[in-house]
Ligand binder design. Structure first.
Ligand code: D5M
Ligand code: FE
Ligand code: ZN
Length: 524
């Protein structure tokens, strides 16, 4: 295979056991005979070398046999992907759905072999992960574990809501005189509309359940539209004369505080937030991926030092009916091996972090632990970090909550179109932020694993919420938290056609960690 692009060069070096600095890759791309220069460079370095540097390459180029080519190499490079304008962090209404209209036109000529020369200062990087189930799963799958996980959910979210109302446990509510004012923090057990158009919401606390009536003319019916079963809310109201019902005056979600101020990085550094690569599917867009990987080697991408992948690395096997007909690679391990090859195309100096999705070979129930040792070995390219789904990742002070996004299907199915839709997936994410839980409703699409703790509660407010799964690109700000749903690298499958999903494939959202500005690169 000719080494015509930085991605191929990086991949070739990786398969020979080397990482390489971007500058080294760029120098090789610019050599008159790239292949020969690469061979000479790897032969010339000491046996224990792990990272090929620009100096290593310069040494073989300088001996005259492999003079550098001029910048015209750019003509044969891939087109420069289009760039969108960044969002204005001051504008809280800045939202973007349906990616293609948000990106600007493309402007050819990425100059792959031109004068770009950089070596990131790795010492400035920091990345750490909290709230990850990997290695910490205690669930035995028994009924008692479900009780424990829901109790933990209640306690964590009730803690966030307690200040909002004067909570009375359900048993003492029942004993209160009619007409008393009282509050209740509870998990939504049932929602019914009454014959006269009011709403009866049954809330559950650790003592029992209590019916709460929201009158249709109260002005909070709009909030009832947003309710999902099993989420935790607070209500305030008046106890009925017989003490059997609470007439609701106000309803509260755990929420992101209005005053929330996100944290930012101390230097200009960027992260690419992607998901849903689906290697192994006939519809996996290898060319778009090559363009993305090539771009990461260019000067324009010099500040992209982190690559975060929010699940569905591979297409998997037996995930939906008749999936076999559209598999390019039928063996799950071979799918991961192929994914690892694609991963090798990106610069070796990128810090990569990945979590699984519902197509990956880990348990389907959430929270999903990171991959087992065998799959980690297969995906070890560039020392990628692997964590569970969800994972709260601190990247240079910016808290990024990564979650694959299966619950988004549920939110979109249950809520009115204007509050959550496939065309505006970020709005469905806003609902999760508001509920401070990544998968509130139990029992539909979203399978929950019984654990001692509810890992799906957002105990901390993230600065950035990164999901995928619905294969639609959309981003925006919810009370200053950036929500990004990252699209995919897979063209429409027959199955998706049958359920009317029109994917946004081949886009890479790029986040400035110092300003939290977002832009999207188009590699489609
Ligand atoms: O999910 C890609 C999209 O396809 C996502 O929005 C869910 C949707 N999807 C996946 N499975 C189903 C079923 N069984 N019914 C309806 N919609 C579905 P992905 O996880 O990549 O398959
Ligand atoms: Fe997917
Ligand atoms: Zn998915």
């Amino acid at each position: 295979m000719p080494l015509e692009s930085p991605a191929r060069i990086a991949s070739e070096l990786a398969s020979r056991g080397f990482n390489a600095s971007r500058e080294a890759v760029t120098l090789l791309a610019g050599a008159a005979d790239t292949e020969a220069a690469l061979v000479l460079a790897v032969e010339a370095v000491p046996d224990d070398t792990l990272v090929l540097t620009a100096e290593d390459v310069e040494r073989v180029l300088d001996d005259g046999r492999h003079t550098r080519r001029d910048a015209d190499i750019g003509d044969s490079g891939p087109d420069d992907p289009s760039v969108s304008t960044g969002t204005d962090p001051e504008n809280l209404n800045d939202e973007h759905g349906g990616a293609p209209v948000e990106t600007g036109g493309s402007s050819g000529g990425a100059s792959l072999g031109s004068s770009f020369a950089r070596d990131p200062d790795i010492s400035k990087r920091s990345i750490s992960v909290g709230q990850d189930i990997t290695g910490a799963s205690t669930g035995t799958g028994e009924y008692g574990d479900f009780v424990t996980v829901f109790r933990d959910r209640y306690e964590k979210l009730a803690g966030q809501l307690r200040g909002r109302v004067n909570h009375r446990p359900t048993d003492s509510l029942r004993a209160m005189p009619g007409g008393s004012n009282a509050g209740l923090v509870g998990m939504v057990n049932d929602i019914r509309s009454t014959a006269s158009g009011h709403w009866l919401i049954e809330l559950e606390d650790t003592h029992g359940v209590f019916p709460c009536l929201v009158m249709k003319d109260k002005g909070i019916a709009d909030l009832v539209d947003e309710l999902l079963l099993d989420e935790v809310i607070a209500v305030d109201g008046t106890v009925s004369d017989d003490g059997g019902i609470l007439f609701v005056d106000s309803l509260h979600f755990p929420e992101v505080p209005r005053t929330y101020e996100p944290s930012t990085a101390d230097r200009h550094v960027q992260a690419a937030l992607i998901s849903d690569v689906h290697v192994g599917s006939e519809e996996f867009l290898a060319d778009a991926w090559h363009r993305f990987a090539d771009w990461l080697h260019t000067e324009e991408a010099r500040n992209v030092e982190y690559l975060l992948v929010a699940g569905d690395m591979v297409e998997g096997v037996g995930v939906y009916p008749d999936q076999d007909d559209e598999l390019d690679i039928v063996d799950i391990y071979e799918q991961y091996e192929a994914f690892a090859e694609y991963l090798k195309e990106v610069p070796g100096d990128l810090e990569i972090l990945m979590i699984p999705g519902n197509h990956d070979a880990v348990r389907l129930a959430e929270p999903q632990p990171g991959f087992d040792e065998e799959l980690r070995d297969i995906m070890s390219a560039h020392d990628a970090r692997i964590h569970g789904n969800p994972a709260l990742v601190d990247v240079e002070g910016v808290k990024i909550l990564m979650y694959h996004g299966v619950s988004l299907d549920e939110v979109i199915a249950e809520l009115p179109e204007e509050k959550a839709s496939y065309d505006a997936p970020h709005k469905a994410m806003y609902q999760l932020l508001k509920k401070r839980h990544v998968a509130p409703q139990y029992g539909g699409h979203t399978r929950l694993a019984p654990e001692e703790e509810d890992y799906l509660v957002m105990e901390e407010v993230p600065d950035v919420f990164h999901t995928g799964h619905v294969h639609k690109l959309g981003w925006g700000q919810y009370r200053r938290v950036i929500a990004v749903n990252s699209g995919c690298w897979q063209a429409q499958t027959d199955f998706q056609r049958s359920v009317n999903i029109d994917p946004d494939a081949g886009y890479a959202p790029i986040l400035d960690l110092d300003t939290l500005d977002m832009s999207v690169r188009d590699f489609s």
